[in-house]
Design a protein around this ligand. Structure first.
Ligand code: COA
Length: 258
């Protein structure tokens, strides 16, 4: 399925690949692209994707941020609508009912970095450069970056990245914990495909439950998260995948999940 600047492919194994396809503008996110992403994320969920991969078209860029040309003359109400839209896309990734992998194949700045932060896992090509660069445009991260960055890096590092707007190369990003894996540029696609296939083969309701519970760490007090975990854990008993996974272990064979 495709929109003007976004494509969505879902393979037979349930791996959905969402590509921002505006390479002449380094996949920066204008309103139409954000709206298409919002729809495409919903569509991937409707099609029961077991894993979602987010990446950028072309050789240079994942997503070079929000569209600076568009933002230049926005009024506050217009900026607010743009922020709401960016947040809806980031929230859609964060609450997607399956793991989401950012395959960071190049520039990953501003709003692009914020979308990557909303994913569950980040794999970067050695060509990637990341940064919350907004400060040098006279603004701050507005699609979740001020809140989600310090989940991955410590508070002081988050402050440094946001205050200085520094652009960090892939190996520094890996050292900082901003990305979880670093691979050679020409291996990114295969590496992410392998990771996605492995996740797609896992029991999907258990994975969804794991994601929901892990997301709660940042959203709820620990007491509520622990209560949720107890209920969610118990709720998985009686599912096909729980019965099958445990029977397979007891019978010493490979499980066949739903
Ligand atoms: N918004 C709008 N257009 C953008 C863009 C953005 N965030 N990032 C890149 N582009 C456009 C450029 O304007 C240019 O368009 P043009 O060919 O019509 O002039 C095209 O993409 C290519 O960019 P260019 O700057 O010529 O490529 P480069 O390889 O020299 O530099 C970057 C690449 C990413 C380093 C540079 O474009 C950049 O710094 N972009 C802004 C990054 C940023 O701060 N993003 C956060 C926004 S909140």
């Amino acid at each position: 399925m495709s929109w003007d600047t976004v494509t969505l492919d879902v393979d037979d194994a349930g791996v959905a690949t969402l590509t921002v396809d505006r390479p002449d503008k380094l996949n920066s996110l204008n309103v139409a692209t954000l709206e298409a992403l919002e729809e495409a994320i919903r569509e991937a969920a409707t099609r029961d994707a077991r894993v979602l991969v987010l990446t950028g078209a072309g050789e240079k860029s994942f997503v070079a941020g929000a569209d600076i040309g568009y933002m230049q003359d926005l009024s506050t109400p217009e900026a607010q609508a743009y922020a709401e839209l960016g947040h809806r896309v980031a929230d859609g990734l964060e609450s997607f009912p399956a793991p989401v992998i950012a395959a960071i194949n190049g520039y990953c700045f501003g709003g692009g970095c914020e979308l990557a932060l909303a994913c569950d896992l980040r794999v970067a090509s050695e060509r990637a450069v990341l940064g919350q660069t907004e400060i040098d445009l006279g603004i701050v991260p507005g699609w979740g970056g001020t809140q989600r960055l310090s989940r991955l890096v410590d508070d002081e590092t988050a402050r440094r990245l946001v205050f200085f707007g520094e652009r960090v190369d892939a190996s520094d990003a890996y050292e900082l914990g901003l990305v979880g894996e670093l691979v050679a540029h020409n291996e990114l696609e295969d590496d992410v495909a392998e990771m996605a296939a492995a996740l797609a083969a896992k029991p999907k309701y258990a994975l969804r439950t794991a994601k929901e519970a892990l997301n709660m760490v940042h959203e709820e007090p620990q007491h509520a998260g622990l209560q949720y975990e107890k209920r969610a854990w118990s709720g998985l008993f009686g599912t096909h995948d729980q019965r099958e996974g445990m029977a397979a272990f007891v019978d010493d064979r490979e499980p066949e999940f739903e």
